[in-house]
Structures are given as C-alpha cells and as structure tokens.
Design a protein. Sequence first.
Length: 106
Amino acid sequence: MPFPVRAIQVDGGSEFRAQFEETCQKRNIRLFVLPPRSPKLNGHVERTHQEEFYQVVELPESISELQEKLRVQEGVYNNIRPHQALGQRTPREFCQEWHATQTERG
C-alpha cells in the first residue's frame, strides 16, 4: 500500500486466523472483527462481489481456476472500475492521488 495500514476490518472467518492476527499485532495493525451473522455491517463489499462476480461468471470446477478468475476480477475492481465513493476514481487512482498529496506535504 502507498500509505500505512492502521486497521483492518475482518469478518471473523477462521482461515489463517491465528497467523493473520499475530502478524497484525507485530505490525501494530488494529483488527476490527465483525460479529457473527451481521452481513449488513459488511454488506456493500459482499453485495458488490456477488453482483459483479459470482452472478455473472461461470464458476470453474477447480480452485486454481477460480483463484485465477478472482485475480482477474480483483484487477478490474482495483484498476479499471470507477467507484462512486471515490469520486468515480479507481482505488488505484485514489491511492496514487493520496500518495502524491502526502509526498507534496513532505
């Protein structure tokens, strides 16, 4: 990231949890764990992935093929697709502009 990550919001899933939490603690990154069964708290993210990926892509049978399709979608989401919340900029553009303003401030 072009800026320091101070906190991460997670859904409380168990995948890699101990290792992830330990790494965050070592790097002084605060974790905000959403309560179980509360999709409204993370609904926008989940709804976006559902509407822009899972409902429109034919899902492959293998995990490796699915991971590749997800990597492509991640590239589109971060580098091509404008986001209303970011002033119709992509996350990449937003981060580049943010980094430029931080560099100007010295």
